[in-house]
Design a protein around this ligand. Structure first.
Ligand code: ADP
Ligand code: NI
Length: 216
């Protein structure tokens, strides 16, 4: 029964995200789902809640669905249609609502173990080689400059500031991606993040070397 719901959910989400070009395509969801399952092996968590939240986490994301009012309406409607118990729907709702990074200075609202696992799984996909690729895909999707040496990064104190920022993709590394390693919730997440973080540092060093050497 739970397995059937997960399979149907994966198929549904795959159809919704098939054509996304902002770094939130089906394969992002698939990687987060897999990451979440891997982290679950080291934690005593409710795996059904974790998998369902991982699969549904971006359906109502503010970056993709700007009109959303904070309730993950599509995820809730889907779960209801699938006959998911009210208590599970509430746990998944709470996770999805607090999952997203909302600015360097904004307190993380995630509270449950299941939520911490899904958040780590999502964050692992924002860093490392895949994370670099996704950041530039998102920047291109939003029409952002790749880099502007005259524009310093900003550490956003509120979600509103973070949300309305139109900074460059290189600045996004300093405003979010490089901060994630020290904000991981689980030991497994932290371990994987270390290596991906080091790769981003090396990428940025090389990027700036090439940028500065351009007029030799
Ligand atoms: P979150 O919910 O924490 O925002 P997502 O799974 O929705 O996580 O993915 C966010 C993705 O969007 C990341 O890969 C990140 O690099 C990209 N992104 C978000 N804001 C920006 C930005 N201003 N510039 C470049 N990439 C961005
Ligand atoms: Ni995501």
């Amino acid at each position: 029964m739970q397995e059937d719901i997960l399979q149907a959910t994966a198929l549904h989400v795959r159809q919704v995200f098939e054509r996304d070009s902002s770094g939130h395509d089906w394969w992002h969801i698939h990687r987060v789902w897999r990451n979440a399952i891997a982290i679950c092996r080291h934690e005593q968590a409710d795996r059904f809640v974790v998998e369902l939240a991982a699969l549904l986490h971006d359906l109502d994301d503010w970056k993709l669905n700007p009109s959303a009012d904070g309730t993950p309406a599509q995820a809730l409607a889907w779960m209801q249609e699938q006959g998911v118990a009210a208590e599970v729907r509430e746990q998944v709702r709470e996770i999805i609502t607090h999952l997203s990074f909302k600015g360097a200075g904004v307190v993380n609202g995630i509270r449950t173990l299941e939520g911490r696992i899904v958040q780590d799984a999502d964050r692992l996909d924002a860093i490392g080689a895949v994370g670099i690729g996704r950041a530039f895909a998102y920047g291109g999707h939003k029409g952002r400059l790749m880099h502007d040496p005259e524009q310093p990064p900003q550490l956003h104190a509120t979600f509103e500031q973070y949300q309305s920022s139109e900074g460059t993709t290189i600045n996004h590394f300093h405003e979010k991606l490089l901060l994630l390693k020290n904000r991981m919730n689980t030991a497994t997440g932290r371990r994987i993040a270390e290596e991906r973080h080091a790769f981003m540092e090396a990428f940025l060093a090389q990027f700036h070397r090439e940028w500065d050497d351009a007029d030799h």
